[in-house]
Every structure is written in structure tokens, then in C-alpha cells.
Write a protein that binds this ligand. Structure first.
Ligand code: GTP
Ligand code: MG
Length: 264
């Protein structure tokens, strides 16, 4: 086996682990002379950007795993899952540039890191309103999670009717060349709030609605949804109060149930 084959062999195993394609390439003479002529500044910029995205994507995975662990433990203790689903997304390059332009900042990697706090985005959908605040408390109690900003649009909804809890946190990402503290925006909302926000976003997307009647109707839908959220929570709390007399057998059964809780 010559050197070349050997290298390809290790690339193959790396691509299996990361699921990404690894490719060998021979830069053309034109590309090499372009780089030598100073265009490698461009590569430095691109590399800096790539490293930022890598840190953001890693931070997003860390937050997701922390939330999944909390949800699993909650299931063991209280026999129900506060988190229905978790979605993650990396902000697109165009949206990042749009945001910098809106803030009047130059499009540099440093500015992206400093001024765009939602490159890494995690959306947490909970069953009930009180689950949102419970998940927040459990997450923020963790030593390596540092809260930078909190916007509670549940206690104080936006004029549109939008409700969610927004947290900007910083998590340490351990990389071969050191620790990189990375920002993640976490949006927590109930299924009902998510239903409203998703449809409202779709209705308003790329349209500046100035029809006040339509806006008022959308807001009134948000209020109705909130009433339902509060009512469902109150029903669940009342059910929680109903304590059935526990016999020895029930205690054993409960332990069996906990042992059988599946890992999600
Ligand atoms: P940007 O992050 O630049 O948008 O501004 P900001 O930081 O002041 O915004 P904020 O934290 O209040 O909310 C940002 C995100 O919340 C948006 O990207 C949406 O996902 C969501 N959001 C805020 N307001 C609304 C709304 O009225 N309707 C819907 N559907 N989503 C909203
Ligand atoms: Mg924001």
C-alpha cells in the first residue's frame, strides 16, 4: 500500500464518523498563484467563519443534549415528559449578513460573534406553561451555562400576541486548541404557542400587513390560545392533586416503571 492509499483509508473512516464527505484535491496552478498573490486573506476570513459555525453547531448540540438529559430525568421522577420536542437550526449566511446590515455593523466574523446572538438556535416545545419555567430553572442551574439575556414574552407578550421565553446563553465548547464560549439562543414555548407562531409567521412572511382588522384577529387568536394553555395547565394541576392511596404493591410497581423508562 503506498502513502496515497493509506491516506485515503483514514479519510474513509473519518467520513464514516462525521457523515461528511472528505475529498482529496490538487489545487490548479491558477488557484495557487491567486493564493500566493494575496488572496489567502479571503481564505483566512472563510476559515474564521467556518470555525465560528463549527463552534455554534457544537454549542447547539451541547444544549440539546443537556435538555434531553433533563427531560429523561424528569420522566423518571414525575412520570411525564415536560419537553415534547427540540428543534435546532444554524442561521443562514444571508440572514446573518442581513442582521449585521440592520444593526449597521460591518460583515466581519468578529461582528457576527459579537452582534448576532442567534446563529445557534434551539427551540424547545413544552406541554404546559409551567414546564417552560421548570426547564429554564433546571438548565440555568447548571454551572457551565451562563445566562446573557432573558426576554419573557410569556409574562409580557409582544403586541402581535407572540408568546415564548427567549434565553441567550453562553456554553463552553472544548476544542483541541482551547475553550470557546459560544452563544446559543433558546426559545421555549408550549405546543399551543408554537402552533400560533408558526401559522402567524407563515401568514405574515414577506408581507407587511397593515390591515389592522387582520392583525387584531391574529392577536385575539393568541389570547384564545393562551386561555386554553392556562386551562389545560390548571386541569393537569388539579389531576396532580388527586392522590390515590398507595399500597405496598403500588410502590413496587412505580419502581419497576422507573427502571423501564426508555432512554430517548
Ligand atoms: P431579532 O433577533 O433581530 O429578530 O430581534 P430581537 O432580538 O429583538 O428579537 P426577539 O428576541 O424579540 O425575537 C426574535 C425571534 O423571535 C424571531 O426570529 C422569531 O423567531 C420570534 N418572534 C418574535 N416576534 C415574533 C412574532 O410576532 N411572530 C412570530 N411568529 N415570531 C416572532
Ligand atoms: Mg434575537
Amino acid at each position: 500500500m503506498d502513502d496515497r492509499e493509506d491516506k485515503r483509508g483514514s479519510s474513509m473512516s473519518l467520513s464514516t464518523i462525521t457523515g461528511t464527505e472528505v475529498f482529496d484535491f490538487e489545487p490548479s496552478e491558477q488557484l495557487m498563484s491567486l493564493l500566493m498573490a494575496g488572496a489567502n486573506n479571503v481564505l483566512d476570513v472563510m476559515l474564521g467563519y467556518k470555525q465560528l459555525m463549527f463552534a455554534c453547531s457544537s454549542a447547539m448540540k451541547i444544549v440539546r443534549t443537556k435538555l434531553e438529559i433533563l427531560d429523561n430525568q424528569f420522566q423518571m421522577t414525575y412520570n411525564r415528559n415536560p419537553i415534547i420536542s427540540i428543534k435546532t437550526r444554524l442561521k443562514s449566511q444571508t440572514s446573518i449578513l442581513e442582521k449585521l446590515a440592520r444593526k449597521g455593523e460591518k460583515p466581519t466574523t468578529e461582528n457576527m460573534e459579537q452582534h448576532v446572538s442567534d446563529i445557534a438556535g434551539v427551540r424547545v416545545i413544552c406541554g404546559y406553561i409551567d414546564d417552560i419555567f421548570k426547564v429554564e430553572e433546571l438548565l440555568l442551574n447548571q454551572e457551565d451555562i451562563h445566562l446573557l439575556e432573558r426576554k419573557d414574552y410569556i409574562t409580557q407578550p409582544k403586541p402581535s400576541g407572540y408568546r415564548s421565553l427567549h434565553l441567550i446563553v453562553e456554553v463552553p465548547v472544548f476544542l483541541p486548541d482551547g475553550v470557546r464560549n459560544t452563544k446559543v439562543e433558546i426559545q421555549l414555548r408550549t405546543i399551543a404557542m408554537d402552533f400560533w407562531a408558526t401559522l402567524e409567521h407563515e401568514i405574515r412572511y414577506k408581507k407587511d400587513i397593515d390591515n389592522t382588522d387582520l392583525l387584531r384577529r391574529l392577536e385575539s387568536c393568541a389570547d384564545a390560545i393562551n386561555q386554553n394553555d392556562l386551562e389545560m395547565q390548571s386541569i393537569r394541576m388539579a389531576m396532580d392533586q388527586v392522590k390515590e392511596p398507595q399500597e405496598d404493591m403500588d410502590i413496587l410497581m412505580d419502581k419497576l416503571r422507573k427502571i423501564d423508562v426508555p432512554f430517548r
